[in-house]
Design a binder for this molecule. Structure first.
Ligand SMILES: Cc1ncc(COP(=O)(O)O)c(C=O)c1O
Length: 387
């Protein structure tokens, strides 16, 4: 099964689709049964049967089948947000007294969630590489959590090496694959146990939904679907499920366009005198480039670069000088976005994370690369004038 077929056709030739080119949105909160006995039997198997929207929904189910197939996993479960998927997944794997290892930089709210778990007796340690993991591992460590490429700096980890290290020590691995999407990287095939996604980024693709997913083996997904999914209530709505399915229809083609435009913009920035490092794993100058080429089949268009400045005012002036890039959080949509941690993250947190003042993050959208390059070139002309 190739990815384009999975995105566009998988699960769509079934009788309930009635040949419709887009799946029906089942917007009923509950399903009814002919007899009380049938309802009782369905409730006993709520992970497989349709009873109530907080547990299962046929539109969302179709999305789940497609995501599981794209990641080459047995099952997927979709949530009302990426954080819904991440918090439910981590909670399903740990108990009081357990310890979590975090490898590399991860999305801020995921770290915040791990800190939140401290009140239930679950601790965590951040490690920069496998040597640091060796020193930080404890007898109570259950889980290794990471992103590759990593958050903000886009450091590339050797996924097969990480998972074999973790498996040798009896740890479960969870990886956030939002950056690459399953089109460009399939971590389950490299030994990761569970893959989490924010569907709000490239998979949705149109900045019109918030959603999340976890994919992996049934033996790990089923308990999570019956417990954390039902109890936390972060269910995905069928409307968002249908929008994410629409996003999947164009995902392969959009990712190819994002890759091409992102690389063109990154190469332009790398050659500009007002710019220091460009953190894009698709550039040959990136430390993880050759590893990335081995384990990924392409590159998305979210990356960061350093403006040659120590002034927050100058970073703000650069952002305000852009006409085409819109200033905002999130990423992965059709629209190009810019954001700078020096202007949005608390100063002490930024410094602890080792993020320089001049770091700027771009999400390159689907506009022509020349338009975006011109926009950046004009805004860069102003850098240095305020210093
Ligand atoms: C890498 C990464 N993972 C997860 C999330 C969380 O996803 P959501 O906003 O859908 O909850 C985000 C959101 O920005 C993210 O950047």
């Amino acid at each position: 099964m190739d990815d384009e077929w999975i995105c566009g056709r998988l699960g769509e030739d079934e009788p309930w689709m009635l040949g419709a080119v887009n799946p029906p949105v089942f917007e009923n909160s509950l399903f009814t049964f002919a007899t009380a006995g049938e309802l009782g039997a369905a409730i006993k198997d709520e992970d497989e049967r349709y009873v109530y929207w907080r547990g299962t929904n046929p539109t969302v189910d179709l999305l789940q089948r497609k995501l599981a197939a794209l990641e080459r996993g047995e099952r997927a479960k979709c949530f009302g947000s990426g954080m819904g998927a991440i918090s439910a997944t981590i909670s399903s794997l740990v108990s009081a007294g357990d310890h979590v290892l975090v490898l590399g930089a991860i999305y801020g709210p995921t770290t915040q969630f791990l800190r939140y778990l401290e009140k239930f007796g679950v601790t965590h340690t951040h490690a920069g590489d496998l040597d640091e993991c060796d020193s930080a591992i404890r007898s109570s460590t259950r889980l290794l959590y990471f992103e590759s490429p990593s958050y903000m700096r886009y450091e590339v980890f050797d996924i097969a090496a990480v998972t074999s290290w973790a498996a040798g020590r009896g740890l479960v691995t969870v990886m956030d694959n939002t950056w690459s999407t399953p089109i460009f990287q399939k971590p389950l095939t490299l030994g990761v146990d569970l893959v989490v996604h924010s569907l709000s980024k490239y998979i949705g693709g149109h900045s019109d939904l918030v959603g999340g997913a976890v994919t992996g083996a049934s033996r790990l997904i089923r308990p999570l679907a019956l417990t954390e999914y039902q109890l936390y209530g972060a269910a995905m709505s069928p409307h968002d499920g249908a929008k994410a399915i629409k996003g999947l229809r164009t995902l392969p083609v959009r990712m190819a366009a994002h890759q091409e435009r992102g690389l063109a913009v990154a190469a332009f920035l790398e050659s500009h005198p007002a710019v220091g490092v460009v953190n894009h794993p698709g550039l040959p100058s990136h430390l993880g480039h050759s590893l990335a080429k081995q384990q990924m089949s392409g590159f998305s268009s979210l990356f960061s670069f350093e403006l040659d400045t120590e002034s927050r005012e100058e970073v703000a002036a650069f952002l305000n000088g852009l006409r085409h890039f819109r200033i905002g959080v999130s990423w992965g949509g059709f629209e190009s976005l810019v954001n700078a941690p020096a202007l949005t993250v608390e100063e002490s947190v930024r410094a602890t994370m080792g993020i320089p003042v001049g770091l700027v993050r771009l999400s390159v959208g689907l506009e022509a690369a020349e338009t975006l390059i011109k926009d950046l070139g004009l805004a860069l002309e102003g850098v240095g004038r305020l210093a």
